[in-house]
Design a protein around this ligand. Sequence first.
Ligand code: NAD
Length: 515
Amino acid sequence: MSNDNFGISEALKALGIKAENSGSSTGTKWLGSKGELIESYSPVDGKLIGKVSTTTEDQYEEIVKTAEEAFKSWRLIPAPKRGEVVRQIGEELRKYKESLGKLVSYEMGKSYQEGLGEVQEMIDICDFAVGLSRQLHGLTMHSERPNHRMYEQYHPLGIVGIISAFNFPVAVWSWNTMLAWVCGDVCIWKPSEKTPLCSIACQNIITKVFEANNVPEGVSCVVNGDYKIGQLISSDKRIPLVSATGSIRMGKKVGEAVGARLGKSLLELGGNNAIIITENADLEIAITGALFGAVGTCGQRCTSTRRLIIHDSIYEDVKNKLTNAYKQLRIGNPLDEKNHVGPLIDKDAVKMYENALEAVKAQGGSIILEGGVLSGEGYESGCYVKPVIAEASNDLQIVQEETFAPILYLMKYSTIDEAIEMQNGVVQGLSSAIMTTNMREAERFLSHQGSDCGIANVNIGTSGAEIGGAFGGEKETGGGRESGSDAWKVYMRRQTNTLNYGTELPLAQGIKFDF
Ligand code: NAD
C-alpha cells in the first residue's frame, strides 16, 4: 500500500515541509539555504521525503549572536508569562498531533501509535512546564548572624545547546526547551542528521505562537548538520549548558569538550536494560512487558529491554512463552496499525544488527529465534529485520554493549542477589525492572543494595517512562536528568543570598576583625 494512503503528503503539507528546506532558524525566520543538503529517506519505504540544508559556520555565528541578544530580553519577561507562551505551544501541538505523529513515524520508522505517543509527551511536558513557571523556587535558611536573612534563588543560565538522537526526534527537544524556556533560557537545537525534517516541523509549529506573542527572535533556534555542528556547540563558551542525548561514544566526546571549558553538560546516553523475572512473577505481565520492551520501536529505545534475567525454575517456561509470542509478531509498515514491528533507522543499523548476531555466535552465545533481513513487497527499504532471541551469558562482550536493534539475551539465575549482580553488571545504568509479586524481592530490588540504574520499575517493563519523573541514568549513561521532578534546576544557576538588615557587621564563624 502506498504511504499516501496513510496521509503522508497531507501531513507534510500541514507541517510546512517542502522538497527542499532551510535547516537554520532563529525562531520565526529561516535563514537562506547555504550549506550542503541532507537528504532524508524514510526507512518505511526507502523514499526521499525531503532535503534540509546544513548550517554553515557563518550561519551558526549569526544564530548564536541572535540567541545572546534574545536572552537579554527573554529573561526579563516574568516566568509565568513565559509559561503562557509554552501553554499556547501545547495547544498548537494538540492541533498538529496527528500530522507530527505521522512524520515521526515516517521519518524515524516507529509505529504511528508510538509517534502519537511521542507528540503526547511533548504536550504533557508543556503542561508540566506551565505549572512549573510559577514554582521556580529556592529555599530560605536561618542565618547564624543576628538580623540577617539567607535564601537561595534560581536565575536563568543563558543559551542551552540541545543535541538530540534520531530515536526520539521531537520529544527530547521539547523536554529540554519547554523547561529551559520557562526558566528564562534560550535554546539552540541540533537534531539528529537522520531525522532533520522533524526539526523543521517543530519549528514551523511554534512560529505562529512566537509571532502572536512577540517572542524575541533567537529564543528558539535550530541548526542542522552532523557531528561537526554538534562540536561547535559543545566547545562554544557562549553556551553554558549543553544537553546531549545519544550514544556513550558521543557523550564522552561532548562531556570532554564541555568539561574542558568548565561548562555544564546534561548527558542522556545509551542503556543496556534488563528485566529480572523471578519465580514469583505474574508471567502474563512479565511476557507482555518483556515483549514490548524488546521489540517496540524495533529495539531502538534507550530504554529497550536487552537482557532477561530469569529464575532457573521458570526459565524454560518463559523461553517457550516468549518464543511463541515472537512468532505472532507482524513486521511491516509502521503506519499500518496492524503491524507490531517497523524498520530499523537505516542500512547502517541493519549492518550493526547483522554484525551483532555474528558476534553472539562467535563469542559462544546461541540464537534460539533466528533473525534475518526481510526483502520483497513492503520491505523495499531494506531496513526491516526479524527480532531475535538469543541465550548468552552476561559477561560476553556483545551482551555488555548496547546494540540498537531487537536482539534480546536470555540468561538464568538462582538467587536474587545473583540476579541483581547480573542486572548491575554492565557499564550502562539507565533502566531496570523486576517482575515479582513478592514484596521482599521488590523492595530488595529498589533498595540501595538493589538496582544501580536511574530508573527501577516493579511489574512494568524497562521502557515507557512518564514525564512527571526525572528521566536519566547512572554510570556511562551519563548521570543527566531531564523532564519532571526537579530536573528544571539544571537549566538555572543557583545563587545564595545573605542580607543584613541590622546596624552592625558581624562576621560568620564569629571571626573578629576590629577596625
Ligand atoms: P549518536 O550518538 O550517533 O548521535 C546523537 C547526536 O549526537 C546526533 O545529533 C549527532 O549528530 C550528535 N553527535 C555525534 N557525535 C558528536 C560529537 N562528537 N559532538 C557533538 N555531537 C555529536 O546517537 P543516535 O544513533 O542518534 O541515537 C542512539 C543512541 O542514543 C543510543 O545509544 C541510545 O541509547 C541513545 N539515547 C539515549 C537516550 C537517553 O535519554 N538516555 C534517549 C534517546 C537515545
